[in-house]
Ligand binder design. Structure first.
Ligand code: ADP
Length: 326
């Protein structure tokens, strides 16, 4: 295996709080190990466009507390083509970059896997997504911050829900995963969560109504995961208006509020540990793995596993929510 002297780092896909903490950690751990670091702006788009700058330790000063990503992020259709990836490879060679650290979600790591296999190029992935939908890690960078944002928002909406005795459907992000909705519901004391993982097994709305929710309460809050499978909060509200017209229904879609903000301590620590672990992995000749965290220990998860497997939702959480919302 050729010696690694210079690494490139990029953020790709949806931004997530804690990405900056990860950039800082990767950069500093690399320099600590006498590696050169090159920051690649705008994800795979910027790689193809040669937006590359050498990073020193001061390039990542004062960013651990900032949301978003100082490297910017982008989506890049060209990287999905063989020609696009060949261009990317040529640019990497020109900059003498020997390995990449890619921070992003499911799509970005899928791109990393394709590229790594095609050019036999060493890549380490960091799970940067608020959705928490990558297999092999208990948590992804940004998830905890988004969860806390959701909790704060629901606390505020509850004031109105209670005062007006309304039923609120609050839509949260998650792509096709219900982690934000389910844990957000538990954290904010919501009555229920409608999540894609169990939508095909039970009619969650019918179950909710059957269980007599609102019997002893003057307001209710239901978190709905955005997904074509759940139909989203709008879809739920339409159904209730039709089937149970006596309810005073409102919808709030939290949207991009959930992505921003200063990362929580949990996400800063997670990103710092994972970033340093990415450099350890490269030094240990690991290739094409995502850094994960399992029972508070760093683990290496092959890209193929992290991307392909659906991360299961913990049923115990679902039961807890059901028991506590009576
Ligand atoms: P996220 O990483 O947040 O899931 P996307 O799904 O938008 O975000 O993916 C980010 C980028 O990763 C895409 O714009 C594309 O450049 C790259 N990518 C995604 N899937 C593939 C693929 N199958 N092959 C090559 N590149 C891909």
């Amino acid at each position: 295996m050729a010696e690694i002297k210079t690494i490139g780092i990029l953020t790709s896909g949806g931004d997530a709080p804690g990405m900056n903490a990860a950039i800082r950690s990767v950069t500093r751990a690399a320099i600590f190990n006498d590696l050169k670091v090159k920051g690649i702006y705008r994800g795979y788009r910027g790689l193809i466009d040669d937006e590359i700058v050498e990073f020193k330790t001061q390039n990542v000063s004062n960013i651990i507390q900032q949301g978003g990503t100082i490297l910017k992020t982008a989506r890049c259709a060209e990287f999905m083509t063989v020609e696009g990836r060949q261009l990317a490879y040529d640019i990497l060679r020109r900059h003498q970059i020997d390995a990449l650290v890619v921070i992003g979600g499911d799509g970005s790591l899928t791109g990393a896997r394709v590229f790594a296999n095609e050019f036999n190029f060493p890549i380490i992935g960091l799970p940067g997504t608020i959705d928490n939908d990558l297999y092999g890690t208990d948590s992804t960078i940004g998830y905890d911050t988004a969860l806390n944002t959701i909790m704060d928002c629901v606390d505020k909406i509850r004031d109105t829900a209670t005062s007006h005795e309304r039923l609120f459907f609050i839509e949260v992000m998650g792509r096709n995963a219900g982690f934000l909705a389910l844990n957000g519901a538990i954290a904010s004391g919501a009555e229920a969560a409608i999540i894609p993982e169990i939508s095909t097994e039970v009619d969650q709305l019918a179950e909710l109504i059957q269980n007599g929710f609102r019997k002893s309460k003057n307001s209710s809050i239901v978190l709905v995961a955005e997904s074509p499978i759940t139909g989203g909060a709008m879809g739920m509200a339409e159904r209730v208006k039709k089937e149970f017209p006596r309810y005073d229904v409102r919808v709030t879609i939290l949207g991009h509020l959930q992505r921003g903000g200063s990362p929580t301590a949990h996400d800063r620590i997670l990103a710092s540990r994972m970033g340093a672990a990415a450099i350890d992995a490269l030094m240990e000749d690991q290739r094409n793995v995502m850094i994960g965290i399992k029972n508070d220990d760093i683990v290496y998860v092959p890209f193929s596993k992290a991307i392909k497997n659906d991360k299961p939702i913990n049923r115990e959480l679902l039961n807890t929510l059901r028991r506590l919302s009576i």
